[in-house]
Write a protein of this length. Structure first.
Length: 416
C-alpha cells in the first residue's frame, strides 16, 4: 500500500492532504456493499442482452417518479422469465447494490427477477382507486362541464395512431372549423407517464385550448397501466382545463376514466363529444327561427285582432255619440226639472191663493167690511178677550169703540 493509501485510511482528508479518487471510490463501495440485498420494484424501460454475452443489462424505472437505475443480471435470468420481459413490464428484483470503482457507477446486481402478475396489478389499481375515491377525486360535483364550442381542442395521443385518426376525423366531420393542437406521446411503457404529464402541463397552460382529450386504443392491462398511474390521476384532477378520457374500448376502465371530467368509451366517441354537429346545430337554428317566426306572427295576429276589437267598440267607433246622447238626456232631464218646478210652483201658488181667499173670507176684515165690528175687552184678570156676545159683559157697562185702519175695536171701559 502506498503512503497515500495509508494516509487516506488513517486520517480524514484535508485541503493539504486530500484523498485520491480511488480511495473515495473504495470507501463509497464499502458503504454500499454493507447494504446487503434488497427487493426492488420498478418498470422495465430498456433491455440489453446481446447474444453470447453472459451479462444482461436492464434499466429499471420508478413509475411514480423520474428516477431510474441500471440492473445487471446473468442472461439466463432473462431467458428464464415467463412471459419474456419486455419494455413497460413491472417486475420485482432481488439484487445487491454494487459500486463499480473503475467507472464510478452504481447499479444493482440481480439474482432473481419476478414479473408482477395481472392479479397483483389489478389489486394495486383497486387499492389506488379506493384511495383516490376517499380523497374525493371521483366526486361528480368536482367534474367541470365541457364547453359547447371550444376555441381549441388539445389532443394527447400516440404518434400516427388509430386513436388520433378517429378523434380528428370524427370531430372535423361534425365541426369542420374545429382547431386541434396535437401532442404525440408514448401511450404505454415506462416513458408514457412522464411524456403525458409534460404534454398535459403544456396544453393546460395554453389559453387557446378549452378542452383536452387523452386518447388511446385498446390493449392489455399492462398496456393501459400508465393511465392508472397515481401521479397522472392527480395531475388530471388538478388541471384547470376540462379533460376527456378516451382510453381503450368500452370494457376498459383505467383510473383516468374516473378522474377525468368526461369519460368516452372510444376515441371515436370522444371526437363526437368535444364538438357539436354542425348539421344538427344548423337544423336546430332553422327550427328555432321557424318557431320564433310563427310565434311572432301569432302574437302580431292576436294583437291585431285585439286592436280591431277595441276599435270596434262603440266608445271608439263613435266617440261623440255617447256624449251627444248624454247631452240630450241632460237637456231632457233639465226640461223635466223645469216643468216639475213650474208645476209645483203653480200648485203652491194656487194653494196659497185659495188659502188667502179662505183666510180673507174667514178673517175679520171681511166681517168689518160688511158693517160688523170685532170687539175686544179686558176681563177682570187682565186678559184680552173677543166679545162674542153682549151677555158676556155686565149690564150698564160702557163700551168705547175705536176704529183703526178700517177695523172697529171695542174696548171695555174700565170702571168709574
Amino acid at each position: 500500500m502506498s503512503s497515500a493509501d495509508a494516509r487516506g485510511g488513517a486520517a480524514p482528508p484535508t485541503a493539504d492532504a486530500p484523498w485520491p479518487v480511488r480511495t473515495v471510490s473504495r470507501k463509497i463501495a464499502d458503504w454500499i456493499h454493507r447494504l446487503g440485498t434488497v427487493w426492488v420494484e420498478g418498470q422495465v424501460t430498456q433491455i440489453s442482452a446481446r447474444p453470447g454475452n453472459q451479462t444482461a443489462f436492464i434499466t429499471l424505472r420508478d413509475p411514480a417518479a423520474d428516477v431510474s437505475m441500471t440492473v445487471t443480471c446473468p442472461s439466463r435470468l432473462l431467458r428464464a422469465c415467463e412471459p419474456p420481459l419486455r419494455d413497460g413490464a413491472s417486475v420485482v428484483v432481488h439484487a445487491r447494490p454494487t459500486f463499480y470503482l473503475g467507472r464510478g457507477t452504481l447499479s444493482l446486481r440481480a439474482d432473481e427477477i419476478r414479473p408482477v402478475g395481472i392479479g397483483e396489478l389489478l389489486a394495486r389499481i383497486e387499492r389506488l382507486r379506493k384511495l383516490l375515491a376517499a380523497e374525493g377525486l371521483f366526486a361528480p360535483e368536482r367534474k367541470r362541464p365541457l364547453p359547447f364550442l371550444p376555441r381549441g381542442v388539445g389532443l394527447i395521443t400516440g404518434r400516427a395512431s388509430a386513436a388520433e385518426h378517429d378523434v380528428l376525423v370524427n370531430a372535423q366531420a361534425r365541426w369542420p372549423a374545429v382547431a386541434f393542437r396535437v401532442l404525440n406521446t408514448a401511450v404505454q411503457g415506462a416513458n408514457a407517464v412522464p411524456q403525458i404529464l409534460r404534454a398535459l402541463s403544456t396544453l393546460d397552460a395554453d389559453p387557446d385550448v378549452d378542452v383536452i382529450v387523452m386518447a388511446r386504443g385498446g390493449g392489455s392491462v399492462e398496456d393501459l397501466l400508465p393511465f392508472s398511474d397515481e401521479t397522472l390521476c392527480r395531475a388530471v384532477a388538478a388541471a384547470g382545463t376540462p379533460i376527456v378520457s378516451a382510453i381503450g374500448h368500452e370494457p376498459d376502465s383505467p383510473l383516468l376514466d374516473l378522474v377525468a371530467d368526461r369519460r368516452c368509451s372510444t376515441p371515436t366517441d370522444a371526437g363526437k363529444t368535444v364538438v357539436p354537429d354542425v348539421a344538427e346545430e344548423t337544423a336546430r337554428v332553422h327550427q328555432l327561427r321557424d318557431r320564433a317566426r310563427r310565434a311572432l306572427h301569432g302574437w302580431v295576429d292576436t294583437q291585431c285582432r285585439l286592436l280591431e276589437q277595441v276599435r270596434s267598440r262603440p266608445s271608439l267607433a263613435d266617440p261623440l255619440g255617447p256624449v251627444e246622447r248624454r247631452a240630450a238626456e241632460i237637456e231632457t232631464n233639465r226640461e223635466r226639472g223645469r216643468r216639475a218646478v213650474l208645476t209645483t210652483l203653480g200648485h203652491e201658488q194656487a194653494a196659497l191663493t185659495s188659502a188667502r181667499a179662505r183666510l180673507a173670507t174667514l178673517g175679520p176684515s171681511a166681517t168689518l167690511e160688511r158693517g160688523y165690528a170685532v170687539v175686544q175687552y179686558t176681563d177682570a184678570e187682565g186678559h184680552s178677550r173677543v166679545l162674542r156676545s153682549v151677555s158676556e159683559v155686565a149690564e150698564g157697562t160702557q163700551l168705547r169703540v175705536r176704529v183703526t185702519d178700517g177695523a172697529v175695536r171695542a174696548i171695555v171701559a174700565p170702571p168709574g
